[in-house]
Design a protein around this ligand. Structure first.
Ligand SMILES: Nc1ncnc2c1ncn2[C@@H]1O[C@H](COP(=O)(O)OP(=O)(O)OP(=O)(O)O)[C@@H](O)[C@H]1O
Length: 265
């Protein structure tokens, strides 16, 4: 696979958020958040429950429209980027609650991640004529590459709903990776996993980052995991950013300690 990062032309940070604010009715989910994510970085977004982390991912990939602020991705500044456009530009994501087609096989789920990479028309695809046939073979080859990379070959023809939770999380990562993203947004990729599964998932995330140059923004609650794999940590609390920097610096930040120990409120 070609790394998504190789498609980029702009030389600044891959992602920049500028004064993002988002409310749901009277609930302020995010207040005036700004930070940058450099190319090739693994950036962790952490904070207590309800801090606004998932909402922020949804702003980045255009699912939510911020009332204030701007998102700049690879030099393109937008008030709002629609989800389809975000995907086309190279932003892929996984969800807190796995969003796979549970009745389909692992291979078919991973293949859905390749849909944006198709150039043939739906008529060509339906009749399997022209570019569609050649494309099918290429899409399948790429999907198999991802399956091999994530070591899920033994289950490639297994229906996803029959797999244990940890493997489903890995398949979801595979579907996102199949899109060859420049930016991978992972919403709690290790939630509900035991220590061994977390270590395995952490290794896959680091390998994706190193091998394909993919920039990663992940939400994670396990501070040990965060400190182990991130280059950069952004901490949210009650919708506001309270810290932003290298893991070691953030870990010593008194505001972060207070937010986690609950002594500030
Ligand atoms: N669609 C929505 N409608 C109304 N309120 C929402 C919606 N999505 C999020 N919120 C509210 O916005 C705030 C931030 O929620 P969000 O899910 O972004 O936090 P989080 O940090 O991801 O939390 P968790 O760690 O529990 O997943 C919360 O008060 C939440 O109730």
């Amino acid at each position: 696979m070609t790394g998504g990062a190789t498609r980029t032309a702009h030389s600044g940070p891959l992602l920049r958020l500028d004064g993002i604010s988002l409310s749901f009715g009277g609930v302020k989910a995010i207040t005036d958040i700004s930070f940058e994510v450099g190319r090739g970085e693994i950036c962790a977004l952490i904070g207590p429950n309800g801090a606004g982390k998932s909402s922020l991912l949804n702003v980045i990939n255009g699912v939510y429209r911020a009332q204030q602020g701007r998102v700049s991705f690879d030099g393109e500044v937008r008030r709002h980027m629609r989800p389809h456009h975000a995907a086309e530009r190279g932003i892929a994501r996984t969800f807190q609650n796995i969003a796979l087609f549970k009745g389909m096989t692992v291979l078919d789920n991973v293949l859905t991640g390749r849909n944006l990479r198709r150039r043939s028309t739906w008529v060509e695809q339906a009749l399997r004529i022209g570019r569609a046939g050649r494309e099918d073979d290429e899409q399948r080859r790429r999907a198999e590459e991802v399956i091999e990379f994530l070591r899920i070959q033994p289950w490639r023809q297994t229906v996803v709903g029959k797999l244990p939770y940890g493997l489903q999380k890995r398949v979801e990562l595979g579907r996102a990776l199949a899109a060859e993203p420049a930016l991978l947004l992972l919403d709690e990729p290790m939630a509900g996993m035991n220590a061994a599964e977390k270590a395995e998932m952490s290794r896959f995330i680091v390998d994706i980052n190193r091998e394909y140059g993919t920039t990663v923004v992940l939400i994670e609650h396990d501070i040990g995991v965060v400190m182990g794999i991130s280059d950069h940590v952004v901490v949210l609390d009650y919708g506001r950013k309270i810290a932003d920097g290298p893991p070691e610096e953030v870990r010593r930040n008194p505001d972060v300690i207070a937010a986690y120990l609950g002594t500030r409120h």
